[in-house]
Design a protein around this ligand. Structure first.
Ligand SMILES: [Zn+2]
Length: 184
């Protein structure tokens, strides 16, 4: 009985600390940037996006998307880096954008310094992201809470709730409306 209890508590610790696989900037070959706007954590909001571009289901295809998005945000939008905190592919991986500690450029209305912006790679107006991507998003949010970057009573929002935009796509938006702690 005692052994079982020990085993169960060990399992709980493992589950609690578990974070999704996060491909770091150096692993995906991010361009070096110089924007150091520190974020005050834990943040009270999580904002969900889609990239509104092509989807990807392999690590190499997702890396190519993430690189293109970083270059687009730097060269065309004139932001100092990729706008999102994290990107998630339908390969089930999370790709580090600005990460947990730096203010992003993903949502206007004063939301950037108060939120983690998670963008699923693809267009989700008429279909949901696949299960691998959805699980990675949920796991990333839990990970942020467990590591103290996101408040446990965080509010989940879609990009369209804070800025006039169709992001994160009608089908994906309808799905996240049913997720825990969502508030339009
Ligand atoms: Zn968006």
């Amino acid at each position: 009985m005692l052994r079982l209890a020990g085993l169960l508590s060990a399992l709980c610790v493992i589950t609690y600390a578990q974070c999704p696989n996060i491909i770091t900037r150096s692993q995906w070959g991010a361009r070096r940037v110089n924007c150091l706007s520190a974020m005050k954590t834990p943040v009270p909001f999580v904002v969900i996006h889609h990239t509104e571009g092509a989807a990807c289901t392999t690590r190499s295809a997702c890396i190519s998307q993430v690189k293109d998005i970083q270059s687009y945000h730097i060269d065309s939008r004139k932001w100092c880096d990729i706008g999102y905190s994290f990107l998630v592919g339908e390969d089930g991986n999370v790709y580090e954008g600005r990460g947990w500690n730096k203010v992003g450029a993903h949502a206007l209305g004063g939301m950037n310094p108060k939120s983690i912006g998670i963008s699923v790679i693809g267009s989700f107006s008429s279909r949901k992201p696949n299960l691998a991507a959805l699980n990675a998003v949920k796991s990333l949010i839990r990970c942020g809470v467990s590591k103290g970057y996101v408040r446990s009573n965080y509010i989940l929002k879609g990009h369209r709730n804070v800025t006039p935009t169709s992001c994160p796509g009608n089908t994906f938006y309808n799905l996240i409306k049913g997720w825990p702690q969502f508030k339009a």
